[in-house]
Design a protein around this ligand. Sequence first.
Ligand code: ATP
Ligand code: LTN
Length: 333
Amino acid sequence: MTGKIAGKRRVFSGIQPTGDIHLGNYLGAIKQWVESQELYDNIFCIVNSHAITTRQDPATLRAKSYELGAMLLACGIDMDKSSLFIQSEIDEHAALAWILDCNIPMGDMSRMTQFKDKSSKNPKNINVGLFNYPALMAADILLYQASGVPVGEDQKQHLELTRDVATRFNRDFGECFTIPEPIIPKIGARVMGLDTPESKMSKSAKGENHAIFLLDSPEAIVRKCKKAVTDSQSGIIFDESRAGLYNLLCIYEIFTQQSRAAIEAEFAGKGYGHFKAALAEVLIDSLRPIRENYARLQREGGYIERILQEGADKVRPIAKATYQRAKELVGLV
Ligand code: ATP
Ligand code: LTN
């Protein structure tokens, strides 16, 4: 397909420039983007058009989009191996979403649980864009002929919808889109809120001890670990029925890369306080380089803006070629 690096599978993923990046975003998505950069032909997108499905302050949205660019570079996205750009820089995303809208049954769209969840959390602003969000996401992916989409568990249903609309379109109008597959990490695909272990860690949740953000100070990390909800049982063991502890242990497992047996042995006979202190220490050490990289990038005025512009210029021809083909197939040209 157009512009593809020879022999490499193309992956595409997106992240919204709303709120601050937390451990869920990092472990569910960004970490795997970074670690598999060598393997794939990577396109990553700051999805600011998705962000306006909930009300945003314009100046803040603009600033957050660039901050997210800096954060992704700080986490290890390497512009020699990956393309990174801002969604609204490429008009074909919204344009293809319209063609897809006209090919998605209402029934399919109405089943999306993220819409139900977000509209119940924000009953004063249930807009058409929020409902159509998955069509824009499908357009993001299909425009670039991506065959893999590294995301957290929560995006699986949107990927199914993307696959369905692409398959139907190819069948009804002619070959146009690569059918993408989700790439979901084995652990970290669903990091839970520290204060609410029954719901996923989210940028839009309110509680001050809900999420650990990548830029949190060491003091904040210690406090949040200490306050994390656990249970009244004893024993530091991996037991899914003890949701709070299990979530913390999975986070510890990913960052230390130790086996579950080794972790359980390390904390045998110890209490929650001891484990939470060890977790905080691991998190502080692991997130320090990201914090330092981010601070350095923030001092380099104009750099992020330039990088993101170059990223858009690099991938725009791919999006244009796919959109042109879709337009021709449906009879718009
Ligand atoms: P919100 O919940 O406020 O809508 P978000 O935190 O889900 O926002 P997004 O920008 O929508 O953030 O997600 C970016 C990526 O992070 C997606 O791939 C998503 O699947 C992943 N992700 C988000 N939350 C989690 C989580 N708690 N655990 C694992 N992955 C997550
Ligand atoms: N819907 C995703 C963000 C997103 C995305 C994408 C992810 C928008 N477009 C394309 C993967 C591919 C979310 O809410 N996390």
